[in-house]
Design a protein around this ligand. Structure first.
Ligand code: MRU
Length: 330
């Protein structure tokens, strides 16, 4: 299985996901600013992966600067938290690393920070594996699943969440076919999910985002499985823009809508999705994504990166601790 990111001595190494599918390029850096930049540019992306990157990034910063004061370490943590606002895994992972600080006392070395980052990474891989096992019970041999964005190995420290379920089914001997939405505007589906599933020899078909409804109506989809960037206490889900529309279509067509996410994505500090900050991306990602202008100069653009799916549209949450009922009756 692909490793989207890993520690290499005092550096972080990651797959530059902006280069996929054309080139599988690894980058490596001992400079935490470069890691923050990689998170902002979506070289490293997906809620669990950006959390892991931030955790390692703090260790990288302290190792390189040889500054062991908690003030510096907390400032680095804040810089990581500010890189992307929606996925709670990012601030969760930063807070976990910062929990290794003891008040105003300087740390003796970066070792405890590396240790915490490695634990976060290892546990994420374990949570992905459990999500896979728990979710596989929901699918039957021969089923066809629709997924959105990329919630696979590229987005996590393990086998992925939504795609982890597919890999686990395959390992259990079930044949599952996948339709992947292209996921406008940055095409995480077309570029990343398709590439990742083909790499793993899973039967996958690329569709335009607006094809999903027709396929559901034709009864060609048995289940929709997506990942999440944050799940509020009431079960509302923030995930890649377009997820909400899929959930509405799934309910209309009586197709189960599953959200696969590790415990680190559940944010019990907020009551509902209304309190989730939705990241807005640069207009150029829409008007001239990947360098080609497709809309007139100076056009007004609104480009939220995520939307909120109300809990009432979710059939089940597939988590590392088990399956939880959503607000939909089936
Ligand atoms: O903007 P991205 O590519 O980071 O968005 C990613 C998603 O929306 C994923 O579905 C989510 O982070 C879950 S990844 C296991």
């Amino acid at each position: 299985m692909l490793k989207s990111l890993e520690r290499v001595e005092k550096a972080l190494r990651w797959i530059d996901q902006t280069r996929l599918p054309a080139v599988l390029e690894y980058k490596e850096s001992e400079d935490y600013f470069e890691i923050i930049r990689a998170v902002k540019r979506l070289e490293i992306r997906g809620a669990p992966a950006i959390g892991i990157a931030a955790a390692y990034g703090i260790a990288v910063a302290v190792e390189k600067a040889r500054v062991f004061e908690p003030g510096f370490i907390r400032r680095v943590g804040t810089q990581f938290k500010d890189a992307r606002p929606t996925a709670v895994n990012l601030s969760w992972a930063v807070d976990r690393v910062l929990s290794r600080l003891d008040g105003d006392k300087a740390v003796e070395s970066a070792a405890p920070l590396w240790e915490e980052a490695e634990a976060i990474h290892r546990e994420d891989a374990e949570m992905c594996a459990s999500i896979g096992t728990n979710g596989a019970d929901l699918l039957n041999d021969g089923d066809t699943v629709l997924t959105h964005c990329n919630a696979g190995a590229l987005a996590t420290g393990g086998i992925g969440t939504a795609l982890g379920v597919i890999y686990t089914c395959r390992n259990q001997g079930k044949t599952i076919a996948v339709y992947a939405d292209e996921t406008r505007p940055l095409l995480q589906g077309a570029r990343l999910t398709i590439w990742e599933l083909m790499h793993e020899n899973i039967d996958v078909t690329l569709i335009c985002d607006n094809t999903a409804g027709m396929l559901m109506r034709q009864r060609k989809i048995d289940a929709v499985i997506v990942g999440a960037d944050r799940v509020a206490r009431n079960g509302d889900v923030a995930n890649k823009i377009g997820t909400y529309s899929l959930a509405v279509l799934a309910r209309e067509n009586n197709i189960p809508f599953y959200v696969a996410a590790p415990s680190s994505t559940f944010d019990n500090s907020i009551e509902s999705g209304d309190q989730i900050t939705i990241e807005e991306r640069a207009p150029e990602e829409v008007t001239q994504g990947f360098g080609r202008r497709i809309a007139p100069e100076k056009v007004k653009v609104y480009s939220p990166a995520f939307d909120i799916t109300p809990a009432g549209l979710v059939s089940r949450y597939i988590t590392d601790t088990g399956l939880k009922d959503g607000g939909r009756s089936q």
